[in-house]
Design a protein around this ligand. Structure first.
Ligand code: BJW
Length: 248
């Protein structure tokens, strides 16, 4: 199967990689679903919806502060690094990630769309276009929450919130338009480490396939995407992607 995937990639001009939490698992970042997944221990409704933030912003900030503290010590792994190198390997390569951890950027990827935002940024809860990078705000850390330290605020006075996409919220329309165009035009779509269960991103592999692309799944387990994939590479992304690259 590795040789067949390599052959498909060798003939490809336009390649899209779509990643999910599984690609960062080998960096020590927890996934959402499955064994050890965040949604096994926490309720998404309490932490990752606009209603949860309106109800208890301190709890939501505390949870994201805890998540950031886990990601801060993580390093990009071999899978992230292969995808960064794919930018110079293919004439037209776009990386679409659902991950908010920033590890693809740290690995060197620049042709990148972070569809669900980035945990290291914050934005104004009243005016979403006011976005702040990590150097421009502080607070919301687990310890700050425990000591009652005030939550981070926008200069306009409204609360800041993590710049991520919660359930029930729309993804950035420009990002979705760019992603959809690339998915419809690609020769090969690699779906890596995603449970393919959260929309609209979960619809991308089928959209690519309908438009004539070959779809490759890289995952340690079967997902709803598995029956629709042309090729399935069963194993950890940090091992499988270097093995694919070695055959190109
Ligand atoms: C490995 C590995 C290794 C492990 N190597 N693999 C159409 C139908 C039905 C519902 C909807 C629909 N359209 C919209 C909805 C509602 C909702 C939705 O999809 N719900 C589903 C649960 C059914 N979608 C939305 O609300 C989205 N908004 C939207 O569509 O707006 C318009 C609209 C609104 C309302 C109604 C209708 C339309 C927004 C979704 C936002 C998702 N946000 C989160 C949190 C982000 C912030 C944060 O991080 O806190 O995004 S939820 C979470 O899931 C996170 C992820 O990006 C996302 C996807 O998860 P992912 O990445 O696939 O991770 P896992 O854990 O699920 O899977 C990991 C995989 O890796 C597994 O398969 C493992 O086997 C594998 N793995 N180790 C390779 N080493």
């Amino acid at each position: 199967m590795l040789d067949q995937v390599a052959a498909a990639l060798k003939g490809a001009r336009r390649v899209v990689a779509l990643t999910g939490a599984g690609i960062s698992a080998e960096s020590g970042v927890p996934t959402f679903r499955g064994a050890g997944g965040l949604w096994r221990r926490f309720r998404a409704e309490d932490l990752a919806t606009p209603e949860a933030f309106a109800r208890d912003p301190a709890l939501v900030w505390e949870w994201y502060g805890w998540r950031r503290s886990q990601i801060a010590t993580a390093l990009p792994n071999a899978g992230h690094l292969v995808l960064a190198r794919f930018e110079s390997r293919f004439p037209d390569f776009l990386l679409l990630t659902q991950n908010v951890d920033g590890l693809h950027r740290r690995a060197g990827s620049r042709s990148l769309v972070e569809l669900h935002g980035n945990i290291w940024r914050a934005r104004c809860s009243a005016e979403p276009s006011r976005v702040f990078d990590q150097t421009a705000w502080s607070g919301g850390e687990p310890l700050a929450a425990a000591t009652g330290e005030p939550l981070p605020r926008c200069p306009c006075g409204a609360l800041l919130r993590p710049d991520v996409v919660w359930f029930g919220e729309s993804l950035n329309p420009d990002d979705v338009a760019r992603a959809t165009r690339a998915v419809r035009e690609c020769d090969v779509l690699l779906a890596i480490g995603t449970s393919a269960s959260v929309y609209p991103v979960a619809a991308f592999p089928a959209m690519a396939r309908r438009a004539g692309a070959r779809v490759v799944e890289v995952n340690v387990e079967a997902t709803p995407l598995t029956p629709q994939a042309d090729f399935v590479l069963r194993g950890p992304a940090g091992t499988v992607l270097p093995a694919v690259e070695a055959r190109l």
